[in-house]
Design a protein around this ligand. Structure first.
Ligand code: SAM
Length: 250
């Protein structure tokens, strides 16, 4: 009889993404996600002095880009925190960020973000949200750690409205959520986020004609996937400290 304890969904994710990290996938993801992430960062209106969370930060390349954008004196010395469930990704992120004074990497799950409440002015999450086993719980956690008026930016490549993205689901070793943009908007609203909107962000990087893809049926499908683009979900946390007239907070 096997005495092995069954793995929890988070343990399974940690094991799978540690495997990715060991295979060198962490830094490689920068090539695939940089174009859509830079377009997202331009919408984030990052200011020196802001506190930013990068949830599912992987090897930390985007975390470091964010750190540069919030660090300028004299306006203030912003802080960026990268959180990831994979301890091996976090180890690599720390090793690559030794020159940064305003970056911190923490091992943790989206289901229990290891940070205090009402802290982050901005949150970025790149290609991570559809892996979270309990997306409701992750949104409740994001709501908790975000500052009043904080802004949330969730960028994902896998969603129903980009049918080409569905081609790689059977190749993944962990379960994922596949929802539409409209379903995600409803989910964010159900968690009391405000100003919920979405945009589709095409990936404008050229595709080499000799590029070998294992994720797509053909090079044409990969090109079409990039044209349709990623889903960017945007929302704000309301300021629950100021009740509407007539309401009293005890
Ligand atoms: C596809 S990678 C993207 C990494 C990085 N954002 C990038 O663009 O290079 C997904 C990342 O999400 C992390 N992740 C998956 N599920 C998570 C969870 N429940 N909590 C925190 N991080 C998680 C993984 O460990 C992995 O590093």
């Amino acid at each position: 009889m096997s005495t092995d304890k069954p793995q929890s969904p988070d343990e399974r994710l940690q094991q799978e993404f540690n495997r990715w990290a060991d295979a060198g996938e962490g830094p490689k993801m920068e090539n695939h996600h940089l174009d859509i992430t830079e377009k997202t960062m331009r919408r984030m209106d990052l200011r020196p002095g802001e506190r930013v969370l990068d949830l599912g930060c992987g090897s930390g390349w985007a975390t470091r880009l964010l750190a540069r954008m919030v660090s300028d004196w004299p306006q203030g010395f912003g802080q960026v925190v990268g959180v990831d469930i994979s301890d091996e990704m976090i180890r690599q992120a720390r090793a690559a960020s030794k020159d940064f004074e305003n970056v911190m990497f923490v091992i943790g799950s989206a289901a229990q973000i290891p940070w205090e409440e009402n802290f982050f002015d901005k949150v970025l999450s790149v290609e991570s949200f559809y892996y979270y086993p309990d997306q409701d719980r992750a949104l409740a956690e994001l709501f908790r750690v975000m500052a009043p008026h904080g802004r949330l930016f969730i960028l994902i490549n896998l969603y129903k409205d980009n049918p080409y993205s569905l081609q790689w689901v059977p190749k993944l070793m962990v379960p994922v959520h596949v929802r539409s943009a409209a379903e995600y908007v409803d989910l964010l609203k159900a968690h009391a986020f405000e100003n919920v909107e979405y945009a589709q962000i095409p990936d404008d990087t050229p595709t080499a004609e000799n590029y070998q893809t294992t994720s797509f049926h053909s090079l044409d499908d990969l090109k079409a996937f990039k044209r349709v683009g990623a889903l960017l979900l945007m929302a704000s946390k309301p300021d629950v400290r100021n009740p509407a007239p007539g309401y009293t907070v005890y």
